[in-house]
Structures are given as structure tokens and as C-alpha cells.
Design a protein around this ligand. Structure first.
Ligand SMILES: NS(=O)(=O)c1c(F)c(F)c(S(=O)(=O)CCO)c(N[C@H]2CCc3ccccc32)c1F
Ligand SMILES: [Zn+2]
Length: 263
């Protein structure tokens, strides 16, 4: 597809030229501002199934030039939503060694150092994610905000392989692990709204669930994520660092953001 980046002439202000939905409604990410939040007691705790993958399984970790992503088996799924949403992949957004602000969603204007996204598709209605991608009930993404603090052994299960995917289109097979350990302890407190993919093609097809409680990684783990990767391929002459790969927050318009918790 058409080239897009996070800075320069192909940056987010230009996305809508090649990807019209990027200039449309229901765009993500957004800033969770207290005045537009509404408590919804019907929002039940998120339940995930088969997230505890056996180490005998292997996952493909790859650098696609926009993020580092991990392929996930469709046996992993979210069971607490009206439809079953089966896992497809997880990826991250982060700042840089000089910018500890790289999350996509923000809370009352606070941007976190990074954010993890676990992308799922509605497997009750659609046979695969490519078919589900542009359907209004097609995708469900879990957003996990990341702070710098204590070392996180679960994140290290894949961060330790970053040097194997330094350049665009590089892939490595890694031992699977318990993906549930990447999530915060409590899955009962979260923000919920209808939004979009935060990258082109920006389809308004995502039911967003962003957990209120961040997880932590150590400063060294954050720096490893922020400085190990390049968006350019190994053959290219000028290596382009892969960092600050987050979209700015979009207008909420008259969208109400539901929250499962009371202030
Ligand atoms: N923040 S986000 O959750 O909206 C989001 C991303 F930020 C992101 F980078 C990617 S990607 O596939 O790594 C690269 C762009 O396609 C996807 N990938 C999605 C979109 C396209 C596609 C096709 C097959 C499987 C997953 C995806 C994504 F859903
Ligand atoms: Zn994402």
C-alpha cells in the first residue's frame, strides 16, 4: 500500500490523502478527559481465555517498519464481550530515549512513556482479520498504558529478542509465554469507546478497551525498546530510527467515553 510514516512529508497530517478514513469520524487515539467520561455499571471485567501460551509454542516477532509486533494464535480470545474476539497480534507505541512520552491514549492530557496494543477480531462473524478489518464490529483492541518503574519480567520475554528484528521486515521465532502477564492485575477498571485503527487505513472498526491502571517496565527496558529498532531495511544506506511511533490524540467530537469505574 501507500507509504506512510510518523514524521516528515508522509506523516499523520498527510495520511488522509492516501487513506481517506484517516480524515473521517470516530478516529483514535483520544484523550480521556474527565468531563466526557460516563460511568457504566454494565461494563463487566474483561475476561481473556488461553492467554497462557505454552513455551513449546513459538510466536513470530517482526519489525514492520511501523512497530514491533508479535503474532498471536486465534485460540487466544476475549470471552466477556457480546461476540468472541480472537487474538491476531500485539504491538507497541513508544517515545524515544529523550522523550518518555509515547503512548497513544492519554489521561487528562498525561501521555505515558509507551502503550501496548493487543489486536483481536470478531471471530463469531468474520473468518479472519482481513475480512473483519473494515467492519464496524470487526475489531477489539486492548490498550495497556506503560509507565517506567520496576523491571517487568513478562515484557522481557520478547524485549530480549529486539536485536533480532532491528531492521524493517526482519522476523524471529520466539518461545511463547503467558501473555496475561503483560496486562495489569485488575481487568475491571477500563475506558471503553468506539474508535479506529490508529494507523492507516484508520478504519473506524475498533471497540477500544484501555485499562485504567498502567503496567511498569524499567528505564533500561524502555530505552531498549526506544533505541533498538530502525524503520528502514538493513540494505538501506541511511538507517532511520524507529521511535515516536504514536498518533496524536483525535477529537472526541460528541463521543461519550464509558468507564467501568467510579472516580
Ligand atoms: N494501533 S492499532 O491497533 O490500530 C494498529 C497499529 F498501530 C499497527 F501498527 C498495526 S500494524 O499491523 O503493526 C502496522 C499497520 O498496519 C495494526 N495492525 C492492524 C491494522 C492492519 C492489520 C492487518 C492485519 C492484522 C492487523 C492489522 C494496528 F491495528
Ligand atoms: Zn497500536
Amino acid at each position: 500500500g501507500a507509504k506512510w510514516t510518523y514524521s516528515g512529508p508522509y506523516g499523520e497530517q498527510s495520511w488522509s490523502r492516501s487513506f481517506p478514513f484517516c480524515g473521517g469520524a470516530f478516529q483514535s487515539p483520544i484523550d480521556f478527559q474527565t468531563p466526557i467520561l460516563r460511568y457504566d455499571p454494565a461494563l463487566s471485567p474483561i475476561e481473556v481465555k488461553n492467554y497462557n501460551l505454552p513455551p513449546s509454542e513459538q510466536l513470530t516477532m517482526s519489525n514492520n517498519g511501523h512497530s514491533v509486533k508479535l503474532s498471536l494464535p486465534s485460540s487466544m480470545h476475549i470471552s466477556s464481550m457480546p461476540y468472541r474476539y480472537s487474538a491476531s497480534q500485539l504491538h507497541l507505541h513508544w517515545g524515544s530515549s529523550s522523550l518518555l512520552e509515547g503512548s497513544e491514549h492519554t489521561i487528562n492530557g498525561k501521555q505515558f512513556p509507551a502503550e501496548l496494543h493487543i489486536v483481536h477480531f470478531n471471530s463469531d462473524k468474520y473468518s479472519n482479520i482481513s475480512v473483519a478489518l473494515d467492519k464496524s464490529d470487526g475489531l477489539a483492541v486492548l490498550g495497556i498504558l506503560i509507565e517506567v518503574g520496576n523491571f517487568n519480567p513478562a515484557f522481557d520475554r520478547f524485549l530480549k529478542y529486539l536485536n533480532g528484528v532491528k531492521f524493517k521486515d526482519q522476523k524471529v521465532q520466539i518461545a511463547a509465554f503467558n501473555i496475561r502477564e503483560l496486562l495489569p492485575d485488575g481487568l475491571h477498571e477500563y475506558y471503553r469507546y468506539d474508535g479506529s485503527l490508529t494507523t492507516p487505513p484508520c478504519y473506524p472498526s475498533v471497540l477500544w478497551t484501555v485499562f485504567k491502571n498502567p503496567v511498569t517496565v524499567s528505564r533500561q527496558q524502555f530505552l531498549s525498546l526506544a533505541t533498538s529498532l530502525y524503520s528502514s531495511s538493513s540494505q538501506e544506506s541511511a538507517p532511520e530510527p524507529l521511535n515516536r511511533n504514536f498518533r496524536k490524540t483525535q477529537l472526541a467530537d460528541n463521543r461519550v467515553i464509558l468507564v467501568s469505574f467510579q472516580q
